[in-house]
Design a protein around this ligand. Structure first.
Ligand code: APR
Length: 184
């Protein structure tokens, strides 16, 4: 069975060990999936986010990094907050920062024993990252990380609409190609 599965819908409804939140550095909510998670997770969730140490004033989670809180009223036990890059055209290291988001989320998931994990399309909404490129980065990082055996049972790539799901599905081949070394 493939480790990665694409699914359509609202990430806040998923009964998985951990869901990933596309947050901002303040980590106190926002729009998009961040807003949906905060609304669904309830007041204790906000309090838990407030308690996350500020790395510097106004920054609980620096861009590219990840932090974890319980999921409280969500079906998911954990929420892994990550802050993706804002897309500025691709020349400012955005791809590497997005790759770091996936790697840091995967590491936190393993540290907390989360064997089922769901990612939204980090940075593909307000932050403007091209979905096709982001999907290949997501698959590549998850596949590389999972070369270590038996870390996860299933990892979901969640598309909030059919269009995003199509992009997530079609990225599989491109991601595989990016993993295979060029012919000698
Ligand atoms: N479930 C799954 N996916 C969702 C949901 C949901 N309930 N709501 C939105 N999405 C999708 C969007 O359609 C998009 O494809 O999540 C993807 C990420 O979009 P955003 O939520 O806008 O996140 P991002 O682009 O990373 O921007 C983050 O937006 O909400 C603020 O506080 C957040 O400042 C941060 C910024």
């Amino acid at each position: 069975m493939d480790l990665i599965r694409v699914c359509l819908g609202d990430i806040t409804k998923l009964e998985v060990d951990a869901i990933v939140n596309a947050a901002n550095e303040l980590m106190l909510g926002g729009g998009g999936v961040d807003g949906a998670i905060h609304r669904a997770a309830g007041p204790q969730f906000y309090e838990a986010c407030e308690k996350v140490e500020q790395w510097r004033p106004g920054v609980r989670c620096p861009t590219g990094e990840a932090r974890i809180t319980p999921g409280f009223d969500l079906p998911a036990k954990w929420v892994i907050h990550t802050v993706g890059p804002v897309w500025h055209g691709g020349g400012y290291g955005e791809a590497n920062v997005l790759a770091n988001c996936y790697r840091n989320c995967l590491e936190l998931a393993v540290e907390h024993g989360a064997r089922t994990l769901a990612f939204p399309a980090i940075s593909c909404g307000v932050f403007g990252f091209p979905a096709e490129r982001a999907a290949v980065i997501a698959r590549r990082e998850i596949s590389c990380f999972s070369l270590v055996e038996d870390l996860f049972d299933e990892i979901l790539l969640v598309g909030y609409d059919e269009e995003m799901c199509d992009v997530l599905e079609s990225s599989a081949l491109k991601a595989a190609r990016s993993l295979t070394p060029p012919a000698a």
